[in-house]
Design a protein around this ligand. Structure first.
Ligand SMILES: Nc1ncnc2c1ncn2[C@@H]1O[C@H](COP(=O)(O)OP(=O)(O)OP(=O)(O)O)[C@@H](O)[C@H]1O
Length: 184
């Protein structure tokens, strides 16, 4: 059964304690919204949840594969979008492009995409990742209203299918019944 647990987690970076005592318990279909001022440690918390950063204290357990949308999109800037995505998600490229309304841009090099298009491309990688646990760092950054609504709808669909979503954001995004994780 898909699950994500952070118990009494603390984070230190650059010799400073960013946060301590954070607990998050999510099961299939649930979501958390991570909020807080710039530099409070939202990205760090997602990296800890992903297993990319070791917590200074506490434990993290994951039941299910993780897809992390970081601040960078992790797509080869030189490649046309479809090929850059194929590296990560293989045959699920068409589905992922369609989910983000990116089909018309399939042959455009990633470096030429606009800010919002690049963000959607990064999200296409997550949608195609076939991972039950989504960790999304500012997924709505640079997106227009329709783009934000699309991300919210994708997260809702993912949850309805038994997925988990942790979203760090400064922007309002619909995340019904989300566990609130306020840092700082
Ligand atoms: N590799 C690193 N080494 C040392 N300190 C770091 C490192 N990466 C980040 N930090 C520091 O950790 C703190 C938290 O950074 P983090 O990116 O987690 O914050 P955030 O809440 O996501 O910020 P924002 O809202 O601006 O994205 C910042 O003070 C940052 O300078």
């Amino acid at each position: 059964m898909t699950a994500l647990r952070l118990a009494d987690v603390a984070c230190r970076r650059g010799g400073r304690e960013l946060f301590a005592g954070i607990g998050v318990a999510l099961d299939a279909g649930e979501a958390a919204l991570v909020s807080g001022a710039n530099g409070v440690g939202k990205s760090s918390l997602l990296r800890i949840a992903a297993g990319l950063l070791r917590p200074a204290a506490g434990t993290v357990t994951r039941d299910g594969a993780v897809a992390l949308l970081g601040e960078a999109h992790a797509l080869d800037p030189e490649l046309p979008l479809a090929r850059a995505l194929r590296f990560w998600i293989g045959s699920r490229v068409s589905m992922a492009l369609a989910a983000l309304a990116l089909e018309p841009l399939a042959e455009v090099p990633v470096a030429m995409l606009s800010t919002g298009q690049r963000r959607r491309a990064g999200m296409a990688r997550i949608v195609g990742a076939d991972a039950p646990i989504w960790l999304l760092d500012e997924p709505a950054n640079g997106l227009d209203k329709a783009g934000v609504a699309r991300i919210a709808a994708l997260i809702a669909t993912h949850r309805a299918a038994g997925g988990i979503a942790v979203v760090a954001t400064h922007q309002p995004i619909a995340l019904p019944d989300a566990l609130q994780v306020a840092l700082g």
